[in-house]
Every structure is written in structure tokens, then in C-alpha cells.
Design a protein around this ligand. Structure first.
Ligand SMILES: CC(C)(COP(=O)(O)OP(=O)(O)OC[C@H]1O[C@@H](n2cnc3c(N)ncnc32)[C@H](O)[C@@H]1OP(=O)(O)O)[C@@H](O)C(=O)NCCC(=O)NCCS
Length: 225
């Protein structure tokens, strides 16, 4: 059977039409009720937010399609400016043959390889059983609750060492084909240099589209760094 095809696109590489699809998803009552900002977001506000991402090297938002159909969003925001720790979020509207938590792992692996990310944090509504229970019940390695109250659970997820993480991701890549569409990234550059380069890349945003497309397949030696 043919593998499903996931396309993971940085918001800064999306057309307005896709940004509006994302807004529709984000504003859906079943999603926004679990977000820290549960208000309906207006089109202008959303587009202005997406525009600002071009100048923000510490916030990465990814739109995921599965077999070319809109599927979900994963966000990764640096907590400190050298990307050791990041706050992540994720949501999906439709079901797809591929679980979004695995896509989140693929993206975190990408962030480890390109930015040296070590830990991710999640803030999950304490009543959001569907999202929270797997973390609590499945005793996932590296995950611990660092604080909890009636409103939120704060989870710390330490990423596996590079080689162990690469093995985990290699298993997922046997199940799906993954394409990343991201702006040019430079690995392990200092935060300030990264910021300068990111701004430069944003200014030339459409000039080198073909080079920006990074593809990963199940072949280990062609992974997506
Ligand atoms: C949270 C959310 C993204 C999870 O979607 P998903 O990763 O595709 O997973 P599903 O909830 O569809 O569950 C599919 C399977 O994956 C498992 N699973 C879910 N999260 C998991 C995790 N973090 N680790 C391991 N397994 C997990 C589930 O237990 C389920 O297993 P089962 O088939 O054996 O019952 C989705 O429910 C959603 O968008 N909810 C609304 C928004 C939201 O709550 N976002 C999180 C706040 S940051």
C-alpha cells in the first residue's frame, strides 16, 4: 500500500489561502476551547500574526497536510534565545491515518538537528483528557509533570539523545513520506547570527523557493537537516 504523504510547511512559506484554512481550524470550537486564548481570532489579527513570523526567529509554526489535505498545526516557540527549551502546541481538526503526536516528534527531531533543541514544554488544559491522558497514562520516557493545578498541567519533555531520537524517527519514516518546506536554516548558529540570517532570508523570501524545499524519506542518509 502507498505511504501517506505528510507535508510540513513553515507558516512563512504559505499562501494566504492556506493561512485562512488554518484560521478556520484554529477557530473551530473543538480546538479553541482548549487553547490559552479561546476567543475567536479575526482574519486581520491572524494574518498580522502570521506576517510577524517572518521577523521572529524564535517562533516556528508548521502547517501539516496529509495526502494534500489540511490536517493540523504544530508550533514550537523558543523559551530561551539559544533554543535549548521550547514551548510547543498542536492541534488538528480532521482525523488522518497518521497521528499528530508523531508529527510533533518528527518536528522536534528536526528542531534538535537544526537548532540543538533539548527540551520541549507543553501547557495542557487540565480538563483536556484526550490530549493529557496519553502523556499521563502511557508513561512516555522523558516526560514529567512539573506543575499542575485545576486549570493547567505543565509538562516537560526531554528529547532523547540524537542517535536514539534518529532511530525513533526512522521508524515513523517507514510509515509515511515527509516533506519539509521551510525557510533556509543554518544549523547551530548563535542566536544573534540566526536572527540576522533569518531576517535576510525573510527579505528574499521568494527568491530561492526550490532550494528551500527539504525532503526526507525513509532513507537514513537523506534525512532532512
Ligand atoms: C491533542 C491532539 C492533537 C491529539 O491528536 P493525535 O496525536 O492525532 O492523537 P489522537 O488523540 O487522535 O489519538 C490517537 C492515538 O494516539 C495516542 N496518543 C495521543 N497522544 C499521544 C502521545 N503524546 N504519545 C503517545 N500516544 C499518544 C492516543 O492514545 C491514541 O491511541 P489509541 O489509538 O491506542 O487510542 C488532538 O486531539 C487535538 O487536536 N485536540 C484539540 C486541540 C488540543 O487539545 N491540543 C493540545 C493542546 S496543546
Amino acid at each position: 500500500m502507498a505511504k501517506s504523504k505528510l507535508t510540513i510547511t513553515d507558516f512563512t512559506k504559505l499562501a494566504t489561502r492556506d493561512l485562512l484554512t488554518i484560521l478556520k481550524m484554529r477557530n473551530h470550537p473543538s480546538i479553541r476551547c482548549w487553547m490559552t486564548n479561546s476567543n475567536v481570532i479575526e482574519v486581520e489579527e491572524h494574518l498580522a500574526f502570521c506576517q510577524k513570523l517572518h521577523l521572529d526567529p524564535f517562533s516556528k509554526y508548521f502547517f501539516i497536510t496529509c495526502d494534500d489535505k489540511p490536517y493540523g498545526v504544530v508550533s514550537v516557540k523558543a523559551i530561551n534565545d539559544n533554543w535549548q527549551n521550547a514551548l510547543t502546541g498542536y492541534y488538528k481538526l480532521t482525523d488522518s491515518p497518521y497521528p499528530l503526536w508523531k508529527v510533533r516528534r518528527i518536528i522536534l527531531h528536526f528542531m534538535q538537528k537544526n537548532f540543538g533543541l533539548k527540551r520541549s514544554y507543553l501547557i495542557i488544559n487540565s480538563h483536556n483528557e484526550r490530549s493529557l491522558n496519553p502523556f499521563l497514562d502511557k508513561k512516555i520516557l522523558g516526560v514529567r509533570v512539573i506543575r499542575q493545578d485545576d486549570t493547567y498541567h505543565y509538562l516537560e519533555c526531554t528529547l532523547p539523545q540524537a542517535r536514539i531520537f534518529a532511530d525513533e524517527i526512522a521508524k515513523y519514516l517507514q510509515e509515511v513520506e515527509v516533506n519539509f518546506i521551510v525557510p533556509t536554516l543554518l544549523p547551530y548558529t548563535s542566536a544573534l547570527r540566526q536572527k540576522a540570517l533569518f531576517i535576510k532570508a525573510s527579505i528574499n523570501i521568494d527568491s530561492n523557493d526550490t532550494q528551500d524545499h527539504q525532503t526526507c524519506t525513509n532513507k537514513r542518509d537523506r534525512s532532512y537537516a
